[in-house]
Structures are given as structure tokens and as C-alpha cells.
Design a protein around this ligand. Structure first.
Ligand code: CO
Length: 295
């Protein structure tokens, strides 16, 4: 269903909105072959925000900040979700997939037992902006075959709420609209919220035990009545009686709302490998060096 076909959607009621537990500024860093980015969800928050392992925000109009891209590198044990706001990125992987991600498109990649891929900018000038989220897989799915889908902006489910918030449903369900991807174990919800010039209120029911956060990337917002400045992540408290989240603005703003069911498993990470145990990490490194990863 798209905005064109379903029109304005009334918000589902939320009686006890979640409060903010912590507001976090990301850490400036670089990754790949020197791409400058802000790591919003850092490794020390993986337990707190289980099933999410990482969120990077990249955005620059200086080609030197992004042009070298992410040449061939491996992944095992989780999924990457890349959401491109502006610019073009070419993806190629060892499973034979290739795609061009641009202007509002999403690439969802399940690394599973292993892929080697490259993510390279296909532009020499202009703004490059987007996000990459890492979603963990439960132990039983970590060694599944790789999977990959590209969604153009026009293919992503979206709707406009009665209050005028334009909602892109990348994963999960919102306003009766089912997202581009659904996952059973972690039940991820991934929404991009665009608030109108006059501001608006957005309401989303959430299971109390799901971990959730809001990242504001344009303007400012209030979450559960508490302010969140631009380029800040608000981690939402898990109060047992809370039934959702309320995001409110007085002007134009954009924010990601991301939530999921914690997997509750041990997290063993070594760079691009995320498994349950040190022995499984050791195996991943061995497989990579022996050329067995991505085969
Ligand atoms: Co990658």
C-alpha cells in the first residue's frame, strides 16, 4: 500500500508513551577506505540496544570524505540495512548480487554465513548522505545463505498520518502499512519520519520489551515530552507499562524510529563478524583467510 492509495491514516492510540533514558551524540570516525561518518550506535550500546549492533550516519558534500568508499570486505552473522538519502552507491558481492542504491533507496543484505562485498560511491561531486544499520541474527540463522534485496524509493511502502507526518516503512508495520522487510526473530521496526513545516505529532505503538531509539537528522523533536536536538539519538526507556512512543515537533524535522525485540544471546564481535562465541569468531576469521567465506 502506498500514500497514493491509502490516504491519511489515523494514529493508533498510545496511552503511556515511553520516556527518554539517554540522549547520545555519535562519535565521528572513519571506516572503509577512509569514509568519514558518525557512529551513532557504538559497540558499547550493543547490549542495551539488542538486536541492533551499529548505526552509522554518513553525510557530506566534500567528495574527499566519501569517494574512496568501502572496497571489498567480509561480513558474517548479521544483516546490514543501508538507507541512502542522497547520492549513489554501487554494491557488488561474492554471492553475485549487484545493485545501485540511490536517492531514498534501501539495500537489505543478510550476510548470513558470509559475503564479501564492496560499497562504492558512483559520483564525483555533490552530497552523499545516508545510514547503515546492523541488525543481529539469532544464532540459529547466523550461518544461513546470504540474501539481498534492493528497494528503490518508489518501491518502499509509505503513508501520511492524519497529522501530516510522511512515514516510510522500511521494516515492520506502522499505520496499518507493512514495511519492505519483515523479520520474525527480532521483529525490527524501521521508520523514516518526515514532519511537515508546521510541526506535528506522531504516535507509534511499541511492545514494552522491545528496545527502541529515535535518531533526529533534521530539525529538533520532542520524544515523550523531552527535547532531542539534531544529530542526536534518544534511547527510549523500557518501562513495563509503556505502550508506545510519541514524537512531536513544532517545525519541519526528520527522524528515524528504530525498534526491535532483543535476541538475548551472547554477542561476540570481531570487526565485520558478529557471532555468539569466540570459537565461532575464530572460525569466521579462518574461513575468511582460507577463502571459504563468501563461497
Ligand atoms: Co559492508
Amino acid at each position: 500500500m502506498t500514500a497514493a492509495s491509502c490516504g491519511a491514516v489515523a494514529d493508533a492510540p498510545v496511552h503511556r508513551p515511553r520516556r527518554i533514558e539517554q540522549v547520545i551524540a555519535g562519535q565521528p570516525t572513519s571506516d572503509g577506505a577512509g569514509v568519514k561518518l558518525t557512529r551513532v550506535l557504538t559497540q558499547n550500546l550493543q547490549r542495551r540496544l539488542d538486536p541492533f549492533l551499529m548505526l552509522d550516519a554518513f553525510g557530506s558534500d566534500r567528495p574527499g570524505d566519501y569517494i574512496a568508499g568501502f572496497p571489498d570486505h567480509p561480513h558474517r552473522g548479521f544483516e546490514t540495512v543501508t538507507y541512502m538519502i542522497a547520492g549513489r552507491m554501487r554494491h557488488r558481492d561474492s554471492a553475485g548480487h549487484e545493485g545501485l542504491l540511490e536517492n531514498g533507496g534501501v539495500q537489505w543484505m543478510t550476510a548470513g554465513r558470509g559475503v564479501i562485498h564492496s560499497e562504492m560511491p558512483e559520483q564525483e561531486a555533490g552530497v552523499m548522505e545516508g545510514f547503515q544499520l546492523w541488525l543481529n541474527l539469532p544464532g540459529r540463522d547466523k550461518m544461513q545463505p546470504p540474501w539481498y534485496r534492493d528497494f528503490r524509493a518508489a518501491d518502499l511502502p509509505r503513508y501520511t498520518s492524519a497529522a501530516g507526518v510522511a512515514v516510510t516503512v522500511i521494516a515492520g508495520t506502522s499505520g496499518g502499512v507493512t514495511g519492505a522487510v519483515t523479520r520474525q526473530a527480532a521483529a525490527p521496526l524501521y521508520l523514516d519520519l518526515h514532519f511537515p513545516d508546521g510541526g506535528a505529532r506522531f504516535v507509534q505503538p511499541l511492545p514494552a520489551d522491545h528496545n527502541a531509539f529515535v535518531y533526529v537528522y533534521r530539525g529538533t523533536a520532542e520524544v515523550g515530552g523531552q527535547p532531542v536536538p539534531v544529530q542526536r539519538m534518544a534511547i527510549l526507556a523500557n518501562e513495563p507499562q509503556a505502550d508506545g512512543v510519541v514524537v512531536e515537533t513544532t517545525g519541519p524535522a526528520r527522524a528515524l524510529l528504530i525498534a526491535g525485540r532483543p535476541l538475548g544471546e551472547p554477542i561476540a564481535q570481531y570487526g565485520p563478524f558478529v557471532m555468539n562465541t569466540a570459537a565461532e569468531i575464530h572460525q569466521a576469521v579462518q574461513d575468511f583467510h582460507a577463502g571459504r567465506l563468501g563461497r
